[in-house]
Structures are given as C-alpha cells and as structure tokens.
Design a protein around this ligand. Structure first.
Ligand SMILES: [Zn+2]
Length: 231
C-alpha cells in the first residue's frame, strides 16, 4: 500500500521502475529539501506531511506560493529538465517521503508514458497554485490569506490539528510575524481555530471557509493531477 497518491496510481511495472533505487525517508519539520538555486539530486514523493514552496527575492523576502502533500511530488524542476530549483522547498509539517534519485527518475520517465503524463499533470496543479497565490496576495487581506493557508494545510495534513509556528506562517504569507499573530488571534476569538504551543487546531472549517477569500474554493478544483488528466 503506497500512501503517495501518484505512486499509488502508477501501473506496477512503472512503480517498480521509479522506486527501483528509491527509499522512504523521514522528514523533520523545518528541514530544507531544496535551497534556492541549489542542486539536489533527488525528487521526493510524500507519504505524509505538508511541504511548502517559497518564492524569494534577491534581498531575502519570501512568499509561500504552493503547498504539497501526499497527492504530489517535490522536485518539479527536475521533471522539467532544470538542475536547480527556483524556489525554496521546506517541510512545514513533518512526515515521510519516497526519495528517488534524479537518474532513476529520468530513466523511469524515458520508459513510462504513464508516469510522464501523471507527473506533468501534477506539475500543472502546482503551477495553478503558484499563479493563484500570486494573484491572491495582490487583492486579499492577511486574515483571508491565512484562512486559506490553514484550510489547504488541513486538507493536506488530513487532520484538524497540525504543527505550525507563527514564524512559519509569517514567512508563508510574506508579512511580519505581528500581522500573522493579529490575524490568528482574530480567527481564534471567532472560535474558528485554536493555537497553543505550536499546534494549530481548526475548530470550525465551514466558518473558516466563510471568512476565506474565493481563491481557496477556486484552487481546490485544480488542486491535484486528476484535474488535468483526460477522463
Ligand atoms: Zn485570495
């Protein structure tokens, strides 16, 4: 039983090709999987956990542009032929992932149309998130964007409670920590979330959706590879 949804979807011969030299590894909260313009020779297929893609400027400002869980893969740039990542990728909520060397990934892609189709479809889902996050930051308030980020995190963690710090949320939203603390306090006073010692609990998901901008519902429709595959 494979918990990563892409691996689970593959035909068994394609799966064997991809995972021939792969191994499942534990990933700790805060661990950086890809640094900016850093060459790493692995792609990751999460079995559990939430992983964040951050876009940055040369001066160090960062914005979270996409979240990935066990529906996806990390290392999209390898799939597209690049050697280094234009985004930083780190572990928001700890978990596990299948780690596959770039040579194995390329060999599997050369020999499996099914794998290539699936991973390109998943890349479309991530590109959609990046585009949506970029537009969202222009038009929507920190409280709305925080609500969206928490709802997506909850979906990917598949749990109402997950570990995340205000520092991480501030980095994701591209704002100072005080603004996240203010927005989170507002959501907590409304009874939508509860935050204590690094553990955030969504108490009222429907209420959170009601205060969230429209970008959450729009991005949910295109959140996984399935949205881009031919029926
Ligand atoms: Zn929005």
């Amino acid at each position: 039983m494979y918990r990563n949804k892409l691996i689970a979807k593959l035909r068994s011969e394609d799966r064997e090709l991809l995972l021939a030299e792969g191994e499942e590894v534990d990933l700790e909260r805060g661990q950086v999987l890809y640094g900016l313009e850093e060459k790493r020779a692995w792609a990751f297929f999460p079995s559990a956990g939430v992983f964040c893609l951050l876009a940055g400027t040369g001066s160090g400002a960062e914005l979270g542009v996409a979240l990935v869980g066990r529906e996806g893969m990390l290392g999209m740039h390898l799939l597209l032929g690049a050697q280094d990542s234009a985004m930083r990728v780190f572990v928001q909520t700890g978990g596990r992932a299948w780690r596959v060397g770039v040579a194995s990934l390329n060999a599997a892609l050369d020999n499996s149309t099914g794998l290539k189709t699936l991973l390109l479809a998943q890349s479309c889902a991530v590109v959609n998130q990046i585009a949506s996050s970029s537009a969202c930051v222009l038009r929507h308030t920190v409280a709305c964007r925080l609500a969206r980020w928490l709802l997506v995190s909850r979906d990917l963690a598949e749990a109402d409670s997950f570990s995340v710090t205000h520092e991480v949320l501030a980095r994701m939203l591209g704002v100072y920590r005080e603004r996240v603390t203010g927005a989170a306090s507002q959501l907590q006073r409304s009874g939508l979330i509860y935050y204590s010692r690094g553990l955030l609990s969504v108490l009222d998901a429907a209420g959170l959706r009601a205060v969230c901008c429209e970008c959450y519902a729009a991005s949910c429709k295109r959140a996984s590879a399935a949205a881009y595959l031919q029926p």
